[in-house]
Ligand binder design. Structure first.
Ligand code: ADP
Ligand code: MG
Length: 712
């Protein structure tokens, strides 16, 4: 790599195989391949997962509860025992001369073989005092090897790769030294670098892999994090603008009598949040540009009304509306809810004697008989059906619309980008229908910018008034649990109903089903023997499921024993008690969704979290649920406890180029990167004047990855 050549771009680096480096022979190359490192670009983007500052190393004796800490210690003992639900708990004790720290691992018996007494290890995790002793749950463990220097970078390791963290540090040093004569190209515009006072790319790469001080590492990280987030936002904003530019949309008539009549008939005033969301949506609908909007709102915040309002806007302009739900049960429920909400509204129809006809809402589900289905399908083509509700069936090839104007998709995380595209294609050839996506899973705003970056967002952050707040009680002991069943019996005696959610084993569906069956049998024979119980789990057929739900809805069952299949959308206002067994096994979002199944009617509701957590995180989750019913607040707690996993699966995180950036830690940078991306794209929509950035986007976020980002 002689000097004088232009500075190295990501593309150049991606074309240099890593075995060109001194010291990388066949065996090391194989090890690197296990880490998916094949080129210099891969290598340089393989970042240390932490640093050991030899001068300021934490000691067990000085730990602060709740802090993230890295401890260098010696293994003293390791043992494994069986715990509830056929899981194993491996306990490894390490010491560093100032104290002892107990490491716990679930279902990782192999740790006993890995961590032998006498071995030096570096562990990283959240340190807590649990029952009087220092503990870390599922910490990251590194075998350090021999490394010198004040700040030691610690690279992600895998046992298979056979690479010590010191090997990687050597390769990095060599790679950076060989690249230095040409230098690293910097595609981010100068003014942006100046605005945020960023170091150069070269300084950033050096600073992240071989920092002289932790401050230097922080500066490096700040720059590289920004670059990652900027790439993602550029891609999202570019695509969003492209769709807005290239697809013609429908200019709906937002002010007209159908919507007015709907509002007049509502038995309650809209919440301020509903009014705001409807105004935002109307603004989109009125423009001849397809809407892509996400409606985020906690369970019970009244999203359905907002959705129905949008569908009616379509209908009053002579278009059709479609509401797509993730499951048949939910589609059915929406159908019931929407028909009830609309009552006997009529739509103007000059071809009839009276000048109008009843608004027609149809359900397109498998349950609907073949003859009825045919009739509905035929009437959809001729425009006699105004609003159609269903599942994926709504976008099958054989389903045709006269003029689809607005599509509402409920619980978008179950729909892929292809399905969204297919639904869009159901519209007029010349213009795409407007799309509103509803989700009851609140995620913090900055996270939404990345996860739903191609959508505009409206938020329902307020519940309708008059709800009796759900009281949440944590039942820790057997006595507490006995009291829970007494409350269930009392509520049923008063005519109310209850849910019991079974322990989540999550090893396999079969085991979850067994656990549900066992719970059902135990309650049936014991605590709830006098009550009418129903059972729902993943293995019952859709017909059985619907039958059970119908019985429960009709009040012919007192208690529904279920797995998390009831997590979304199930709406039975008479149900006032939710009992979640082994609640500490569930995530915050899931617990919140489950709790949202009660408190939907006029009666006071309670949610019992039955569980004795084995970890401090488990305790923190249950404490959070007891402390608040605000979904956005819980989403923040969740993000703090678990990190990205809450909103992005590992796979997704790996694929979308966020190697270093964390949506939790780097919140402010998400918003800044979005701002910069909008500035750049609005001035240069296809990045023609930013060839370097365009090339990086193409390289780092391939077509597939970008599609994946759009997905959910
Ligand atoms: P979400 O879908 O957001 O969970 P829903 O749309 O199912 O919430 O609404 C929950 C309940 O609140 C429904 O029974 C609905 O009729 C009622 N509701 C909606 N908006 C209001 C309002 N503004 N005032 C009072 N009740 C409302
Ligand atoms: Mg709903």
């Amino acid at each position: 790599m002689p000097a004088g050549d232009p500075a190295l771009t990501f593309r150049d680096l991606a074309e240099i195989p890593v075995d060109r480096l001194r010291g990388v022979g066949e065996k090391k190359a194989q090890g690197l391949a296990i880490h998916e490192i094949e080129t210099l670009l891969d290598l340089l983007q393989h970042y240390p997962r932490r640093y050991l500052d030899r001068t300021r190393q934490a000691q067990i004796g000085e730990l602060v509860p709740g802090d993230e800490a890295t401890i260098l210690g010696e293994v003293r003992s390791a043992s494994t025992r069986q715990i509830r639900g056929r899981r194993t708990l491996t306990n490894v004790v390490i010491g560093d001369g100032t104290g002892k720290l107990s490491l716990t691992f679930f279902n990782q018996r192999w740790r006993e073989r890995q961590l032998k007494p006498g071995m030096e290890v570096l562990v990283h995790g959240k340190a807590d005092v649990y029952r009087g002793a220092w503990q870390m749950t599922s910490p990251v463990v590194d075998l350090v090897g021999n490394q010198t220097g004040r700040i030691v970078p610690v690279y992600p390791q895998s046992e298979k790769a056979g690479l010590m963290t010191s090997d990687l540090a050597n390769f990095m040093e060599e790679a950076i030294a060989r690249c230095r004569p040409r230098g690293f190209a910097d595609p981010v515009p100068e003014p942006v670098l100046d605005r945020f006072d960023f170091v150069t790319r070269e300084a950033a790469l050096l600073g992240i892999h071989a920092p002289e001080s932790l401050a230097e590492k922080d500066e490096a990280r700040r720059r590289l994090v920004f670059d990652e987030l900027l790439r993602v936002q550029l891609e999202l904003v570019r695509r969003k603008r492209r769709i807005e530019r290239e697809t013609a949309g429908l200019a709906h008539r937002v002010q007209d009598e159908l919507v007015d009549r709907f509002h007049e008939r509502l038995p309650f005033p809209l919440t301020a949040a509903q009014r705001r969301a409807i105004a935002e949506i109307d603004q989109d609908l009125a423009l001849a540009r397809p809407m892509h909007r996400l409606l985020q709102g906690d369970v019970g915040s009244g999203k359905t009304l907002v959705a129905v309002n949008s569908l009616l806007v379509a209908v009053q302009g002579g278009y059709q509306g479609a509401l797509m739900a993730p499951t048949e049960v939910l589609a059915e429920q929406h159908h019931l809810g929407v028909t009830a909400m609309l009552g006997d509204l009529s739509v103007p129809d000059p071809t009839t004697l009276m000048g109008d006809r009843p608004l027609r809402v149809e359900l397109l589900a498998n349950r609907v008989g073949a003859a009825d289905r045919r009739k509905i399908l035929a009437d959809m083509v001729t425009g006699k059906v105004d609003i159609v509700i269903g599942t994926h069936a709504l976008i099958q090839d054989k389903v045709e619309y006269a003029n689809l104007g607005v599509v509402v998709i409920d619980e978008q995380h179950r729909f892929g980008v292809e399905q969204r595209a297919a639904l869009r294609d159901k519209g007029d050839e010349a213009a795409a229908p407007d799309v509103l996506v509803m989700t009851a899973t609140p995620i913090p705003r900055t996270a939404a910018m990345t996860v739903y970056g191609d959508l505009d967002v409206s938020v329902l952050d307020e519940l309708p008034p008059g709800r009796t707040p759900i009281e949440t009680i944590w039942a820790r002991t057997d006595t507490d649990e006995d009291a829970v069943w007494a409350v269930v019996r009392d509520n049923v005696a008063e005519g109310r109903q209850a849910y019991v959610v079974c322990p989540l084993i999550d090893e396999s569906e079969a085991i979850d089903v067994r656990s549900a069956e066992d719970t059902y049998a135990a309650l049936h024979a014991g605590e709830l023997s006098d009550l009418r119980l129903g059972l729902l789990h993943g293995r019952v057929t859709p017909a059985e499921k619907e039958a059970t739900m119908s019985l429960f809805r009709a009040g012919k069952l007192d208690v529904l024993v279920a797995t998390t299949v009831i997590e979304v959308g199930v709406d039975v206002p008479n149900a006032t008690v939710m009992v979640i067994l082994d609640a500490d096994r569930f995530g915050i979002a899931q617990l919140h969704q489950l709790r949202g199944r009660v408190g939907r009617g006029a009666h006071a509701s309670r949610c019992y979290l039955v569980g004795e957590p084995t970890t401090s995180d488990g305790e923190a989750r249950l404490e959070a649920l007891v402390a608040t019913t605000d979904g956005f607040e819980l989403a923040e707690v969740d993000l703090d406890l678990r990190g990205e996993g809450t909103i992005m699966g590992e796979r997704q995180k790996g694929r979308n180029d966020l190697k270093l950036a964390s949506l939790r830690r780097d919140k402010e940078w998400v918003a800044k990167a979005r701002e910069v991306a909008i500035e750049i794209i609005d001035a240069d929509p296809e990045l023609e004047a930013h060839a370097g950035l365009a090339e990086e986007l193409e390289l780092v976020l391939g077509e597939d990855d970008a599609d994946f980002l759009m997905k959910d």
